[in-house]
Design a binder for this molecule. Structure first.
Ligand SMILES: *Cc1c(COP(=O)(O)O)cnc(C)c1O
Length: 429
């Protein structure tokens, strides 16, 4: 397949030949010189994306098995979402919440229908949705549960990832995330992930909420034991503690259900959504919760200039519609199981574990023999974009639109990388 200059699906999107004319090294150099060094990107300059494919400035093609950390679950430049974006941008994009618009109500209503919750509060990025949930939980703790002022506690899990604000990195167990950014907000407590008994033991009369990822994403695609969420929900109910699910990465069908909580029939008191909610186009996020939780917010308590703007609401509504119209959630369940099974046929002493749910799969390498970055680099050279997380796990989370054939294509490349590394090991031995 040659790199396309004009898209078959949407001819308007590609302005010129693939590649920016300047050699990659020069653009990477410019970024290095003028940008903050808070990221260490793979050495590739992407210029075009369509569906599950990305093209770099030299016209080389990559199968996107990362999909922007699950923000691009619909694939790049999904034609329906692009059309919705363009049409709405030409009509009305941003107003602020100083006025009503004709788009936001429909977006809010849809979020409540899909989550089984009562009210939604739209913001932009994931970290804002989590911050919103923390503010809601504390205020609920004081005004509804009756926790004494300034005493509210929120329990979270070790190895969590909930974003990068000072509050949130303050309760990260990854020392790098908080290093140099203190002092931090008090009132957070960490317990091991996957251990419901630890939750029961950590709850005090001052506990307002338990914040948890149904499957830890950045932590390495860590799937908790079956029944964990059900048990946590029961414990929370028993002690009148809110269950807050961070579904920013696991939601939107990523694990084969709209919310990962649905695998255990759990409806949390509040859910944070983001990433794929923006259809791979915009930053759109939301905190969705019960009436009891959401009623703590009064006008002026909380907000965001861009939150719920008509452009974001339109794109998110279209992203939600596409998810159902194209059966992407069932697809994630089916093809995710297939991807997992195919990866598990790769036999290598370098592989320690392969796990996941839906199209959300982690391949953990044996840290004594190799590291995840080595695998990611070699996959990139073979045209598969993936990303390491926590040093030893390679994450595979392609757009949910991926086909069985494309999965086969990727798995063959993963197999080839392990065969190649295995040969090197035998020679070295
Ligand atoms: C990505 C992510 C966030 C933060 O989202 P941003 O949009 O980067 O702020 C929070 N929680 C989870 C589980 C995530 O995966």
């Amino acid at each position: 397949m040659k790199p396309q200059v004009r898209s078959a699906r949407n001819g308007t999107l590609i302005a010129g030949p693939v590649g920016l004319g300047a050699p990659g090294s020069s653009l990477i150099e410019t970024e290095r010189r003028h940008g903050a060094r808070n990221y260490e990107p793979l050495p590739v300059v992407m210029t075009h994306g369509e569906g599950v494919w990305l093209w770099d400035e030299h016209g080389r093609r990559y199968l996107d098995m990362l999909s922007a950390y699950s923000a691009v679950s619909h694939g790049h430049a999904h034609p329906r979402i692009v059309q919705a974006l363009i049409a709405q941008a030409q009509r009305l994009a941003v107003t602020s919440r100083a006025v009503h618009t004709d788009k936001l109500p429909l977006f809010l209503k849809r979020l409540t229908e899909l989550t089984g919750l009562d009210r939604a509060l739209p913001v932009n990025t994931g970290v804002e949705a989590v911050e919103t949930s923390l503010k809601a939980a504390r205020k609920w703790g004081y005004r509804v549960k009756g926790i004494p002022e300034a005493k509210a506690e929120i329990i979270a899990c070790e190895n969590n990832f909930h974003g990068r604000s000072i509050t949130i990195v303050g309760f990260s167990s990854d020392p790098q995330y908080g290093d140099g950014f203190g002092p931090f907000a008090p009132g957070f407590k960490l317990i091991p992930f996957g251990d419901a008994a630890a939750l029961a033991a950590a709850i005090t009369p001052h506990t307002a909420a338990f914040l948890v990822e149904p499957i830890q994403g950045e932590g390495g695609i860590v799937v908790p034991p079956a029944g964990y969420l059900t048990e946590c929900a029961r414990i929370c109910r028993e002690h009148r503690v809110l269950l807050l699910a961070d579904e920013i990465q696991t939601g939107m069908g990523r694990t084969g259900k709209f919310l990962a909580c649905e695998h255990e029939g759990v409806v949390p008191d509040g859910v944070a959504l983001g990433k794929a909610l923006g259809g791979g186009m915009l930053a759109v996020s939301a905190f969705v919760a019960t009436n009891e939780v959401m009623q703590v917010f009064r006008p002026g308590d909380h907000g965001s200039t861009f939150g719920g703007n008509p452009l974001a609401a339109t794109v998110a509504l279209e992203a939600l519609a596409v998810l159902y119209d194209e059966g992407l959630i069932e697809r994630s369940a089916e093809l995710g199981a297939y991807l997992l099974a195919q990866l598990q046929t790769i036999k290598s002493p370098l592989i320690r574990d392969i796990r996941g749910r839906g199209l959300f799969v982690g391949l953990e390498v044996d840290a004594r023999r190799t590291d995840a970055r080595t695998i990611v680099d070699r996959l990139l050279a073979r045209g598969v974009l993936s990303k390491d997380t926590h040093g030893t796990v390679v994450r595979f989370a392609p757009p949910l639109t991926i086909t069985r054939e494309e999965i086969d294509w990727a798995v063959e490349r993963v197999r080839a990388v392990f065969t190649e590394l295995g040969k090197g090991m035998r020679r070295a031995a």
